[in-house]
Ligand binder design. Sequence first.
Ligand SMILES: Cc1cc2nc3c(=O)[nH]c(=O)nc-3n(C[C@H](O)[C@H](O)[C@H](O)COP(=O)(O)OP(=O)(O)OC[C@H]3O[C@@H](n4cnc5c(N)ncnc54)[C@H](O)[C@@H]3O)c2cc1C
Length: 278
Amino acid sequence: MVPLAPHTHIRIGGPATFFVEPYSERDVATVVRACRDLDLELRILGGGSNIIVPDKGVDAVVMHLNSLNRVVRDGDRLSAGAGVTLPSLLSGARSLGLAGLESLSGVPAVVGGAVKMNAGTREGETFDHLVSLTVVDREGEIRVLGRESFAARYRDGGLGDMIVVHATFELREDTPEAIFERFESYLRRRNATQPVTQRSVGCVFKNPTGDSAGRMIEASGCKLMRRGDIRVSARHANYFVNEGKGTYADFLALADEVRSRVADRFEAQLEMEVQAWD
Ligand SMILES: Cc1cc2nc3c(=O)[nH]c(=O)nc-3n(C[C@H](O)[C@H](O)[C@H](O)COP(=O)(O)OP(=O)(O)OC[C@H]3O[C@@H](n4cnc5c(N)ncnc54)[C@H](O)[C@@H]3O)c2cc1C
């Protein structure tokens, strides 16, 4: 049994029955085939910044891809392993004078999780500069697929159950100073409006088309509501923060209460962005 809470940004959840950290894409494929043959459930853990894990843990094989951490440059393209953190990818791109990924500054993900969720901000999203992915499908086959193979949309890369092992981005040349300036200005705005130093999963709910979930939650009188140690952030109402010993049950109870108040006030159903494992 391996505790999962330390692998999540919000520090919630019990252990996994099995925990594996493959060192290559072939290892990933081997794990996938073994799970299929042994009829074991397989779950993928990225940077843990958008998941909550049940308090009792998960009876599954949890595969963590942080050892797939190589970045290779080919002209204006960068190819990164699924376990490369966005902060290190962004800072590497900046020193190489390759621009395009700055819109993702401050997203505490790894490449695999960012692609899976099509992580983004109002300035852009992960798929904007993606050209191809190397994935392992659930039969354990390694495949290289172009961006056009995926119907990416808002906070969903359209991967289905494929596992990302590498992603290649097409960037453009710019000076490190100009890249740094954009990076810093996005980060400053984020730091001013979001509770970045607290334990959270980022935005709990997706923004409905043309509106902001945070605005709707605040207007529904939910700011600072709490269940146990999980509280709606004072700084950004679409963030729930863990102020101590918050649990999965607390988190989901608070999410239900917030969703129901927003439904009463706006007649709109908020959709969860956070991935709640069960
Ligand atoms: C402080 C904070 C700020 C945030 N700001 C933003 C933001 O501005 N924009 C935004 O979009 N998100 C934001 N998020 C949410 C989060 O960072 C993104 O959803 C991110 O894409 C999750 O990546 P991860 O690597 O942490 O994935 P995880 O949370 O580990 O996993 C998320 C999902 O991806 C799957 N997954 C992970 N790796 C792979 C892989 N290699 N192949 C297939 N599936 C995989 C997991 O199974 C899970 O379903 C924020 C979160 C926090 C805590």
